[in-house]
Design a binder for this molecule. Structure first.
Ligand code: SF4
Length: 348
């Protein structure tokens, strides 16, 4: 496909390789060698004229105002609105993708996107402010593969007092990882499984880089971190795997890290698969609590109290959630009105 040059922006995180015009992308652990005229596995980063360029810079395919609870982020400014932005493409190929309309675009989808006008970072920040949003969320498709636009937008948001959050698979490497999460105020990172075989067979990726990203965010940044695991019956919901996953989160990320267990619904290559029963999510929640995790939430399913935040000390209800609506019940933000114990999070 041929794009007008103004429709693709030069990216970073790549080097030239050899004399045939191929370039090596270093943004994510795939490390694609992108031949002249080709794209990387994400479909976003394209080699035009020996330069790696982004087909997604300034090209939103989805824009909406969502509650921050929908990301999901439950310990970051509850009840506030997030101006949510997504483009096209993804560096993983999850067979169960819940948003494949954006993550697996057709050539026609890309062509339609390229015909749209470019949206500058400042325009996103201004739109967020106009809509009364406290933050911009990079979401819907994988934002790290369009990191350059996300980073410039994050800078524009910061200049106008708007926070930025990312909903991501965490499959990013090196310098790009450092810059991307260094610029975010909060992130919800998918930990899709605790098995390398699952990442390999179901997602076309590896587990270790995701674990590295999670630890790196916790250790090296001020970015507020929450974790989501989509539970798929028979694939990643065994007792043993849940015990290992939750023990790892408690030990390496800390017991205050909110974990969201989310119910799978048939989609993408697994359109006919059975949905996750509520009993599986409740079992995962018990396992996580036994591992010491203090804040474990259930999503995509109706379970009474599954989205509520309680004091880790005395169990008092702090944030009541119904669907994506949140109601805070404290007097001082993030402080239990009964026992005075602070609850980890960003509450302003
Ligand atoms: S970001 Fe895209 S082009 Fe770059 S290494 Fe990952 S999949 Fe390949």
């Amino acid at each position: 496909m041929v794009y007008a040059m103004e429709n693709v922006r030069q990216t970073r995180y790549w080097t030239g390789e050899g004399g045939d015009g191929a370039v090596r992308c270093g943004l994510c652990p795939h490390g694609c060698l992108v031949p002249a005229g080709g794209t990387g596995r994400c479909g976003v980063r394209e080699n035009t004229g020996g330069m790696l360029r982004s087909r997604a810079w300034g090209r939103p395919a989805a824009l909406a105002v969502d509650p921050v609870e929908k990301k999901p982020l439950y310990h970051f400014m509850p009840g506030r609105k997030a101006f949510s932005v997504g483009t096209l493409g993804c560096n993983l190929s999850c067979r169960f993708c819940q948003n494949d309309g954006l993550s697996r675009p057709s050539a026609g989808d890309w062509a339609a996107l390229a015909r749209e006008g470019v949206v500058q970072p400042e325009a996103i920040a201004a739109a967020a402010r106009r809509e009364g949003c406290a933050m911009v969320a990079f979401t819907y498709n994988e934002p790290t593969v369009w990191a350059e636009w996300a980073l410039e937008t994050a800078a524009a948001c910061r200049a106008s007092g708007i926070r930025t959050v990312a909903v991501t698979n965490g499959y990013i490497a090196g310098e790009a990882r450092r810059e991307f999460f260094g610029a975010m105020d909060a992130a919800n990172v998918d930990l899709k499984s605790f098995r390398e075989a699952f990442y390999l067979r179901q997602c076309g990726a590896h587990l270790a880089p995701v674990l590295e990203t999670l630890e790196w965010i916790r250790r090296e940044t001020r970015c507020w971190l929450e974790v989501t695991t989509l539970l798929i019956p028979g694939l990643n919901d065994s007792d043993g795997e849940l015990e290992q996953l939750t023990a790892w989160v408690a030990e390496r990320l800390g017991m205050d890290t909110p974990v969201h267990f989310s119910a799978f619904h048939g989609a993408c290559e697994m359109a006919g698969a059975a949905p996750t029963p509520a009993a599986t999510l409740l079992r995962a929640q018990r396992t996580a609590r036994a591992a010491g995790l203090r804040h474990v939430y259930l999503g995509n399913v109706r379970v009474s109290g599954g989205g509520d935040t309680r004091c880790a000390g005395c169990g008092t209800l702090l944030v009541e959630r119904a669907g994506f609506a949140a109601r805070t019940l404290w007097k001082a933000p993030g402080v239990c009105p009964e026992c005075g114990m602070p609850c980890a999070g960003v509450w302003e």
